[in-house]
Design a protein around this ligand. Structure first.
Ligand SMILES: Cc1cc2nc3c(=O)[nH]c(=O)nc-3n(C[C@H](O)[C@H](O)[C@H](O)COP(=O)(O)OP(=O)(O)OC[C@H]3O[C@@H](n4cnc5c(N)ncnc54)[C@H](O)[C@@H]3O)c2cc1C
Length: 398
């Protein structure tokens, strides 16, 4: 959606195919980081963005059994206005981007349209085949196809590209619990609760918590075999303060399992097709940065490809420039995620530890620089992108 918006602002005709009829889905994280908020400001959309329902995450906090939580990172240390992570449901954010893109004459969004395969001719990708809402097959020819269809990208498979998989020790199960009016307000920090072989995270939404339960990969069948009562007990044990509302989990149907992946393509493109976002590099939820990395990919792709698209000729060398620009930040962020997995999640998921590593807590307590390095890394990451000059607009006041 972001790439569609940016290219349309450059004057490129662009069509986005989305297989779902709407953007409603709970499972892919809610975080809009300062790097993305800055980009939105550069696009002149900051005021409208800040009016969307959201809460502000000011700290990265970790629990200490029997003691007060330790602040690992304080976003307040960053210069305003980019000193918080905006927490908002992904469907609001996507609808907002779609609304902005719809104002550009060259932009078309086709909902309930599923890309199924590639149109190839003369050794080059020339377009996509897709299924329409009434089940008919059709095709769309294009100077360039960009696969932004996520972790299970059908277009990536159609292109014959296969990512290298890195081990991930956990899966997630998402569900909702009520959030009472007395509990709303600014979010001091997200504090995951750890237990033997499990963890629980509560994301703040207006009138409910989006809960993320983490347990070792391959335990879905065991969790379901315990029944809904068993799962409620797990939640209540991890978060006694929320035990009063676990009955809101009516059945195991309310529990959405997500197979977490961490992978990366060796080459992100073939002649006429480029993969970006999770289609090129599926991100683990660790650190909650995948949305923002996908948006950075979109900004870089627009910057490098808009001139070639306006000329009507995109070469493999153009696609290679995008990959070269985005590969290093992706490798760095995924490497940090893998270290976090090994240091924090593997010992917890195997039941060897039930708390955050003592060395990390010691550093957070006694090395003040840690509290500014971590938020800076989470907020902007390595090599944050800016909006291309052709996409920038003055702020819209209303
Ligand atoms: C459990 C979990 C929690 C996460 N939490 C966070 C978080 O808090 N913060 C964060 O920044 N990142 C988080 N991430 C990572 C983040 O979700 C991804 O990195 C990010 O969504 C990637 O964006 P994307 O646009 O590349 O792909 P996606 O967000 O997956 O979007 C792909 C889109 O393509 C559509 N689509 C798929 N196939 C087709 C098709 N064939 N035809 C047409 N449309 C199609 C899909 O419906 C979808 O709308 C989390 C990931 C997981 C697994």
């Amino acid at each position: 959606m972001m790439l569609g918006l940016l290219l349309a602002r450059a004057g490129v005709r662009v069509t986005v195919l989305e297989k779902h009829a709407d953007f409603l889905r709970d499972f892919r994280g809610d975080t809009v980081h300062p790097s993305t908020i800055r980009l939105i400001d550069e696009l002149g959309l900051g005021q409208e963005f800040r009016r969307l329902p959201q809460s502000r995450l000011k700290n990265v906090v970790f629990p200490v059994p029997g003691g007060p939580p330790v602040t690992m990172g304080d976003f307040n240390a960053l210069p305003p206005p980019y000193n918080y992570v905006a927490m908002m449901p992904q469907w609001d954010f996507l609808s907002f981007l779609a609304g902005a893109a719809a104002q550009e004459p060259g932009f078309t969004l086709l909902m309930s349209h599923t890309a199924t395969s590639l149109v190839r001719n003369g050794g080059r990708v020339r377009g996509v085949r897709f299924r329409t809402p009434d089940g008919m097959q059709d095709e769309l020819l294009a100077d360039l196809v960009v696969a932004t269809d996520g972790r299970h990208s059908a277009l990536r498979t159609a292109a014959g590209l296969a990512p290298k998989e890195f081990p991930v020790p956990f899966d997630t199960w998402w569900f909702r619990l009520p959030r009472y009016p007395s509990e709303t307000g600014e979010v001091a920090g997200l504090v995951p609760a750890f237990g033997p072989g499990e963890a629980l995270l509560a994301l703040f939404r207006n009138d409910y918590y989006q809960m993320g339960y983490l347990a070792a990969k391959g335990t879905d069948a065991r969790i379901r075999a315990e029944g809904v009562e068993g799962f409620r007990r797990r939640v209540a044990a991890l978060r006694p303060d929320l035990a009063d509302r676990v009955d809101a989990i009516e059945s195991l149907e309310d529990l959405h399992w997500l197979d977490v992946r961490l992978n990366r393509l060796h080459t992100w493109h073939i002649n006429g097709l480029l993969c970006i976002g999770d289609a090129a590099h599926a991100m683990s939820p660790a650190g909650g940065v995948g949305i923002n990395l996908a948006i950075q990919d979109a900004a870089a792709a627009a910057e490098y490809l808009a001139p070639a698209l306006l000329r009507g000729r995109v070469t493999t060398a153009d696609l290679e420039k995008v990959e070269r620009r985005r590969r290093l930040p992706t490798v760095i962020v995924q490497s940090v995620q893998r270290i976090m997995q090994r240091a924090v999640f593997v010992p917890i998921m195997t039941g060897k530890r039930t708390k955050f590593p003592a060395a990390a807590l010691f550093l957070a307590r006694h090395v003040p620089a840690i509290r500014t390095i971590i938020p800076r890394f989470i907020a902007f990451g390595p090599r944050p992108e800016h909006a291309p000059a052709f996409a920038r607009r003055a702020p819209q006041h209303s």
